[in-house]
Design a protein around this ligand. Structure first.
Ligand SMILES: Nc1nc2c(c(=O)[nH]1)N[C@H]1C(S)=C(S)[C@@H](COP(=O)(O)OP(=O)(O)OC[C@H]3O[C@@H](n4cnc5c(=O)[nH]c(N)nc54)[C@H](O)[C@@H]3O)O[C@H]1N2
Ligand SMILES: Nc1nc2c(c(=O)[nH]1)N[C@H]1C(S)=C(S)[C@@H](COP(=O)(O)OP(=O)(O)OC[C@H]3O[C@@H](n4cnc5c(=O)[nH]c(N)nc54)[C@H](O)[C@@H]3O)O[C@H]1N2
Ligand code: SF4
Ligand SMILES: [Mo]
Length: 705
């Protein structure tokens, strides 16, 4: 009999509740929004609703593949093998490399999708530690590693706050386009309604962005155009302006602040007049923003990848939190607060002391479980203690990280590459083995990704809607089997095996269980709102219970901040800078093969350029142009785009599948990879957080001959 099951999407952070309709044979025939869901009442986007394109895609891997041609050839040839054969050979080779060269011979990379997989996430992030290798890499250093890095230094906990959308009088939003991205490190089923809600109450929203993004509008918010990679100076100028006009909130500073004088001294270097040219924002506009923020009845702040991916994402996130703190908006109604969720997001204990350790490429530390992504190829090529085997889980580092050409040179030098993926993606072309993972319709899960970042908190459970097709296996199972080969503790061990009780352990503190959730409508428990004022109690872990307003750890970065400022101040005002353009037609590279998103028009990845900048270079709409810098080049079409600030060009990421024949729809419309233009190697990342520099990178554009 035809049936339907409640489940939820696991592509991005809203985790939209869905209803899966199944036919008599038990196959999913349709996904629709869950309109009766007690919290979300049916929000879902085209990507989640089209997920059957991925689930049923003929390009999906249904059994393990083993390479049959040398890895020096850029496109792989593969044959089907059994799981036992694949795991035995991988195990033997990994053990051999570890025994001969030590655990650092094994490198790992986790991609974005595993963050949406409760049973896979923790094992994936802790796998390198269990192997004993320092060579762990991940999508976090291309995404948001600056946030936990800043928060640990300031508050002693890595959990971010969220804007109190429903009570705030003012929202300042840096480097995000929620209409398209649906927010990140923030999970709401009302990506735009939360903004309408503010403006309809008479509140104000400002988007600081180099592009007139789709989110801007009368009922949503006003654009403050900014030169890319300069937000830190705008924030400093605003803080200085607030300090010298309305003043910092004396009570809050007295109660919780330390190193406030150092903060004041730092921001005083960047008065509005000084930063106006570098940021592209007139001094009186900066002053207006400062007074709006400082004088609002309540004000909230948010920032996302557009600032995270700049050179100074950690400092920017520090100053963003300071804006909230010194104006008394942190931990109060209408400001920013800690949304607790179903399970504590902090332990209450201080983070481990920051220790930079020596590597052949200099001193560094792990951030968000990762060394700098921009050093992956260097750590493969380095003579002393190199990576010899790479395990890639739900990622496509070849295209999603900076420096594709460098990685293309480095990957063939590895002795072993294993990819765990739904597809044979571009990185998979360098693999010795590709292991087929199950997708989210094929696994049980919890909404753990949104824990602690929901304005409307709830937790939902889903069973696997259908059993895995073919020989697809869960990510956690694949990791456990690899760990077993290495003689490591894993989720299959124990009596009963650890994986059986895992979701109940995740739910532990909430007093909920999987069985209890299963009995609830939509398998959902609606959670109470967190008290806004609990912020300081929840997050301050130092003995003195103070907010460090100018952490000692930042000293070197503060000097670098001035060096970069001087560089920017002396730059040619017409210097083009490239930024990333997320669209509804690409979701990182994750959905590159989704039929519903594919069309000739959206397959090219043209260079978006302001008509004035094009004209200055003798380019017209439709021309083929070379975009280049010292890092690399791409050749693509020009498209006029007056939503961009002059001096700024944009490309989308997630493209560049020219050598990925395993994903036929992406291969047919490969587009160009913007990450060929991004710097990689020593010096190309933020030392405080390992974040790659991916926005505001200088490029030249010329007509292609
Ligand atoms: N459709 C779609 N949705 C997605 C994704 C996708 O690829 N496609 N990816 C998902 C993922 S993994 C993430 S992490 C989130 C990201 O979520 P967001 O960070 O909201 O993503 P973007 O839409 O790229 O917004 C970044 C904005 O920063 C602006 N920007 C660029 N450089 C600068 C700068 O220097 N300063 C400032 N102030 N702004 C700048 C850009 O113009 C852009 O509008 O989106 C998620 N949702
Ligand atoms: N220039 C530029 N580069 C960027 C960004 C940018 O804004 N600009 N954004 C960065 C950001 S925010 C992110 S998050 C990263 C993403 O970086 P990655 O995660 O490395 O990139 P994706 O291309 O999304 O690759 C995801 C892979 O996971 C596979 N996959 C999907 N679901 C599953 C699953 O359940 N299990 C397994 N095993 N595999 C699965 C997909 O088939 C795909 O091959 O890209 C970063 N790169
Ligand atoms: S917004 Fe994100 S979670 Fe919701 S349906 Fe779309 S892709 Fe899925
Ligand atoms: Mo991301």
């Amino acid at each position: 009999m035809a049936t339907s099951k409640h489940t939820f999407c696991r592509i991005c952070e809203p985790l939209c509740p869905l209803v899966a309709e199944l036919d008599d044979s038990g196959a999913v025939i349709r996904l629709r929004p869950d309109r009766e869901h007690p919290v979300t009442r049916g929000f879902a986007c085209h990507k989640g609703l089209s997920y059957l394109d991925v689930h049923d895609d003929p390009d999906r891997l249904d059994y393990p593949l083993r390479r049959t041609n040398p890895r020096s050839e850029p496109v792989g040839k593969f044959e089907r093998v059994t799981w036992d054969e694949a795991l035995a050979d991988i195990g033997q080779r990994l053990r051999g490399l570890r025994d001969q060269h030590g655990p650092n011979a094994i490198g790992t990379y986790y991609g974005n999708p595993v963050a949406f997989n409760t049973k896979g996430f923790l094992p994936a992030l802790t796998l390198p530690a269990r192997i004993g290798t320092r060579h762990s890499f991940g999508a976090g250093t291309q995404d948001m590693a600056n946030k936990p890095a800043a928060l640990e230094a300031i508050f002693g906990s890595s959990q971010w706050s969220i804007p109190d959308f429903y009570n705030t009088h003012y929202l300042l939003c840096f480097g995000s386009n929620p209409k398209v991205s649906h927010w990140t490190t923030l999970s709401t089923h009302k990506p735009m309604h939360v903004l309408h809600d503010i403006t309809s109450r008479g509140g104000k929203v400002r988007f600081v962005n180099p592009r007139r993004i789709e989110s801007v509008g009368e009922s949503t918010g006003e654009l403050i155009p900014i030169r890319p990679d300069t937000d830190v100076y705008l924030m400093a100028a605003m803080l200085h302006e607030i300090d010298t006009t309305v003043g910092f909130d004396a009570q809050v500073i007295h109660r919780y602040g330390k190193h406030v004088a150092e903060l004041r001294a730092f921001v005083a270097r960047y008065p509005a007049e000084r930063v106006a040219r570098v940021t592209g924002i007139a001094a009186d506009v900066i002053r207006r923003l400062a007074s709006e923020f400082g004088e609002a009845k309540s004000a909230s702040v948010y920032m996302a990848t557009g600032v995270n991916q700049g050179r100074q994402g950690t400092l920017a996130y520090w100053l963003l939190n300071m804006l909230s703190f010194v104006t008394g908006n942190l931990g109060r109604s209408g400001g920013n607060y800690h949304a607790r969720g179903f399970s504590p997001t902090t332990t209450g204990a201080p983070p481990p002391a920051v220790e930079y350790f020596d590597t052949p490429l200099g001193k560094m530390r792990h951030c968000f479980f990762s060394l700098p992504g921009n050093l992956l190829s260097d750590f493969i090529e380095v003579e002393q203690d190199p990576i010899r085997a790479l395990l890639v889980l739900s990622g496509n580092p070849l295209l999603s990280m900076s420096g594709e050409e460098r990685l293309r040179k480095a990957l063939p030098k590895l002795d072993l590459v294993v990819c765990i993926d739904l597809y044979r993606n571009a990185t998979g072309e360098y693999a010795d083995y590709i292991l087929p993972a199950s997708d989210w319709l094929e696994r049980e899960d919890l909404t753990h990704t949104s824990n602690g970042s929901q304005p409307n908190p709830y937790v939902q459970y889903t069973d696997a809607v259908v059993p895995p097709k073919g020989e697809r296996r869960s990510d956690w199972w694949i990791i456990a089997r690899l760990e077993r080969e290495l003689g490591l503790d894993n989720m299959l061990d124990g009596d009963p095996p650890q994986h059986l009780g895992f979701l109940d352990i995740v739910l532990g503190a909430s007093k909920l269980t999987v069985d209890a959730l299963r009995m609830m409508p939509h398998q959902t428990a609606v959670l109470p709102q967190a008290p806004r004022e609990a912020f300081y109690d929840d997050l301050l872990t130092s003995e003195d219970k103070k907010v460090d307003c100018c952490p000692e750890l930042f000293a070197e970065a503060l000097n670098r901040c001035e060096t970069i400022f001087e560089e920017l101040a002396h730059e040619d005002p017409h210097q083009l800078k490239v930024i990333s353009l997320r669209t509804n037609y690409m979701h990182n590279g994750n959905l590159a093969n989704m039929k519903a998103l594919k069309s000739e028009r959206h397959g090219l990845n043209p260079l978006h350029i302001h008509p004035d900048d094009a004209g200055r270079r003798g380019l017209v709409e439709g021309d083929v142009a070379r975009v280049f810098n010292d890092n690399g080049s791409v050749t693509t079409h020009i498209t006029y785009d007056d939503t961009l600030m002059p001096g700024v060009v944009a490309l989308s990421h997630g493209y560049g599948h020219q050598q990925a024949p395993g994903i036929t729809k992406a291969y047919a419309l490969p587009g160009v990879n913007t990450n060929r233009l991004m710097p990689a190697g020593p010096g190309s990342y933020d030392k405080l957080s390992n974040m790659s520099h991916m926005t505001g990178v200088a490029v030249e554009v010329e007509k292609s001959q």
